[in-house]
Design a protein around this ligand. Structure first.
Ligand code: RFL
Ligand code: PHB
Length: 396
């Protein structure tokens, strides 16, 4: 068994773990990152695409923005489409010039990994059997297996950045946390297709057949989603069926055209909202999806993860710099203020844009129509959507 020592042991090399490690290194705090998957797997995982205004600024301010500025697509608006008509929400016009950037999460992860390795960081991929202990002591430890040998990492602090299915959250005794959980009666079938996007701005479409989203990754790559049943199987969805369902849900009265092409990636994701409170136990701090998840309709998950780790890095910097622990003590409450705003916004976008087949579906569907009509006809309604979508500057 080999033993090593670091200041902050980070579990998970997703966006939260890698960004935390980067932010800490910028202020001279040492960390080691352990990840149970391979580097190739993590870098190829297709997920989020929309970066809030402040996430973009954070990447630029910390020296990670070069490729994003070159290849990312700055968006000033989104389209809401229903009853065969398009309605634009002018994100920048309604928020004093704030924008979102379309840049794939796996590109953010690649940029982070390249930078961390160039800076000499330690990231152990392919670790197994991760166990946390001593969180209430001054020297918490992470035990794991790596390349066939047992390792013990002794830390000052542990950051649980291991996503929703990780082990960190479960390491907090149930009696010491409260969880909030909400399941939606639908899932998203997502595809990546090698076809130029049929739109310049994202289209969120509500149709009697269900929700559809047209997003993009580059001038040659389209990313599209369909609302499906949570028990549905990818085997039921041939390429033809996917494209004809997308055509039906995006159809407009004026004959808008959706271009189809080869599908190179596909997956079905169930939708759930989840929060754990507090996001801390002793010297273990949770950040990102390990502490909270939202349905993807509001495009908030990755952005919340970035906010958490920025707050955690600030708190650790204060601890090591001046010995003051006020920010560490306030970390959970600080993050949860933004988390709950994003929970509400994501839930609100989801119920407004999806079709409910539940017993109360006919009532919910009419409420959703009314909400869409309001948001697209009232400056107050549209501003509420816009300021949440680009990311609230004033919360948390
Ligand atoms: P991640 O990305 O899940 O990373 C956690 C990492 O921890 C590893 N891990 C472990 N490592 C060591 N030991 C263990 N025992 C471990 N268990 C797990 C995992 O392998 C992984 O590498 O969490 P993180 O870093 O908190 O990042 C969160 C984001 O990934 C997530 O919130 C977003 O992808 C959500 N999301 C979106 N967010 C946005 O901000 N904008 C979007 O447009 C957006 N669209 C989406 C999304 C998520 C989606 N899916 C598939 C869930 C669209 C979709 C379809
Ligand atoms: C994406 O491009 O993957 C994407 C965009 C907007 C969302 C969710 C996902 O709300």
């Amino acid at each position: 068994m080999s033993k090593s020592r670091t200041q902050v042991g980070i579990i998970g090399a997703g966006p939260a773990g890698l960004m935390l490690s980067h932010l800490l290194s910028l202020v001279g705090i040492e960390s080691i990152v352990i990840e149970n998957r391979s580097r190739d797997y993590v870098e190829a995982r297709v997920r989020a695409g929309v970066l809030e205004n402040d996430t973009r600024e954070l990447l630029i301010a910390t020296g990670l923005g070069e490729r994003m500025v070159r290849e990312g697509l700055v968006h000033h608006g989104i389209e809401l489409r229903f009853d065969g008509r398009a309605h634009r929400i002018d994100l920048s016009g309604l928020t004093g010039g704030r924008t979102v950037t379309v840049y794939g999460q796996q590109e953010v992860v690649r940029d982070l990994v390249d930078r961390r390795l160039a800076d000499g960081a330690t990231i152990h991929y392919g670790v197994e059997d991760v166990v946390l202990s001593g969180m209430e002591s001054d020297l918490p430890t992470i035990q794991y297996r790596h390349n066939g040998s047992d390792e013990v990492l002794v830390c000052d602090y542990i950051a649980g950045c291991d996503g929703f299915h990780g082990i960190s959250r479960e390491a907090i005794p149930e009696s010491a946390r409260k969880t909030y959980d909400w399941h939606y009666p639908f899932a998203w079938l997502g595809i990546l297709a090698t076809v130029p996007p049929s739109t310049d701005e994202l289209i969120y479409a509500r149709h009697d057949r269900g929700f559809a989203l047209h997003s993009l990754r580059s001038p040659e790559l389209s990313r599209l989603y369909l609302q499906v049943d949570p028990n549905d199987d990818l085997a039921n969805w041939s390429d033809d069926r996917i494209w004809s369902e997308l055509q039906a849900r995006f159809a407009t009265r004026d004959g808008w055209q959706l271009h189809d092409g080869p599908i190179i990636e596909r997956g079905i994701t169930p939708m759930r909202s989840f929060v754990t409170d507090p996001m801390q136990f002793g010297r273990l701090f949770l950040a990102g999806d390990s502490a909270h998840i939202v349905p993807p309709t509001g495009a908030k998950g990755l952005n919340l993860a970035m906010h958490d780790v920025r707050a955690l890095a600030d708190a650790l910097e204060r601890h090591y710099g001046s010995g003051a622990d006020d920010l560490l003590e306030g970390y959970s409450a600080h993050c949860l203020r933004r988390v709950w705003r994003a929970q509400h916004f994501s839930w609100w976008m989801t119920q407004m844009l999806h079709r409910f087949d539940t017993a109360d579906g006919s009532y919910r569907n009419e409420l959703a129509r009314s909400e869409l009509a309001y948001v697209t006809s009232s400056a107050a309604g549209a501003t509420m959507l816009a300021e949440n979508y680009v990311g609230l500057a004033t919360i948390g």
